[in-house]
Design a protein around this ligand. Structure first.
Ligand code: FO1
Length: 321
């Protein structure tokens, strides 16, 4: 029996979660639990968006737009066109019609008094996802970016309007120090045989999850903790994680991100670090941190490739137990 908990962000986290689901199913293991970043969340045009929750849910349900990487497959934009005509919302931010269905359902339930956890449970109940989904917290802790020019803005404006082109100096989640992990998060991590840090953005996806009071300590106390590098060949696979990493003084290199998470033997997070073959030369540097390097192909080109990464991580975790 191998109980797995994944900490994940959006697109990369969703692809990796699909791979873990497939690997565990093939092994006859119980469903994984995925704890999803909610720092990307925002209020827009009166609805509550939870981009990473929706990316993971849509991907697990096979409903995701695999071209754009977010939103629903085959969506239309009739309502969005009207919103733009009214000057409502953000002209650079598209709310698809099907996607708006999700946001309206979520917002209505929140207004009825349901928690984010209860809303996620209701949304996921529509499709047999084969993975238990938990938000990192029920509190609103949207990520904000402090810019070098003194401005401060919601992460989503920096990310979608400015494409992370404005130099950031810090990322903050106002209120996160008063937040508590969503019900079940700490219990799932404590019960886990393996906790996997998905190859998501270490700063704005994995970072906020670990910043929810109690989560980092729970991960440090878990049985086995492995991270998967989102950097391949010294470059990020997609998104702008390199810009985020630079803001916190971490080089965009597989060993530098491993060092950022740190080794459990030094009181930090990782037992092992799954890194790409392209970065195999950095394996000794990772080992010198007290973290076991696990070199494997990391391109998540399809579910089979993602499942192979999950297998490499699960096999490495089993070897060490
Ligand atoms: N990303 C964009 O680059 N442009 C958009 O217009 C956009 C709309 C959008 C709507 C709903 C949603 O859940 C996500 C959306 N995203 C969009 C992606 C979003 O910025 C990212 O998924 C994450 O927040 C970053 O990982």
């Amino acid at each position: 029996m191998t109980r797995v908990v994944i900490l994940a962000g959006g697109v990369g986290g969703a692809k990796f979660t699909l791979g873990v689901r497939a690997a565990l199913a093939r092994r006859g293991e119980p469903e994984a639990t995925v704890v999803v970043n909610t720092g990307d969340d925002l209020w827009l045009s009166g609805v509550r968006l939870q981009p990473d929750i929706d990316s993971v849910l849509y991907a697990l349900a096979g409903q995701n737009d695999t071209v754009r990487g977010w939103g629903r497959a085959g969506d239309t934009e009739r309502v969005n066109t009207e919103l733009q005509a009214w000057g409502a919302g953000w002209p650079w931010f598209t709310l698809g019609d099907l996607d708006l269905g999700t946001h309206l359902a979520r917002t209505g339930w929140l207004r009825d008094g349901l928690t984010v956890t209860e809303v996620v449970e209701r949304l996921a109940a529509r499709w047999p996802t084969g993975v238990r989904m938990l938000p990192m917290t029920d509190a609103e802790v949207d990520t904000h970016v402090q810019l070098a020019d003194g401005r401060r803005m919601h992460f989503q404006e920096w990310w979608t309007r400015h494409r992370a082109a404005l130099a950031p100096v810090a990322f903050e989640n106002p209120g996160i120090d008063r937040a508590t992990p969503a019900p079940g998060v700490l219990e799932a991590i404590a019960a886990a045989d393996v906790v996997l840090l998905a190859p998501s953005n270490p700063v704005v996806s994995i970072g906020p999850i670990l910043a929810v009071p109690g989560v980092r300590d729970a991960v440090r106390a878990a049985r086995r903790v492995l991270g998967v590098s989102g950097i391949i060949g010294g470059a990020v696979v997609r998104g702008m994680a390199d810009v985020c990493l630079a803001a916190i003084g971490v080089d965009t290199r597989a060993d530098a991100v491993a060092a950022h998470y740190g080794a459990r033997s030094t009181g930090r997070l990782l037992d092992a670090w799954v890194m790409a073959e392209e970065d195999a030369a950095l394996a000794p540097a990772v080992a010198s941190l007290g973290i076991r390097p696990v070199v494997a192909p990391l391109w998540m080109t399809d579910v089979a490739a993602s499942a192979a990464i999950a297998d490499a991580a699960l096999d490495a975790a089993a070897r060490d137990r």
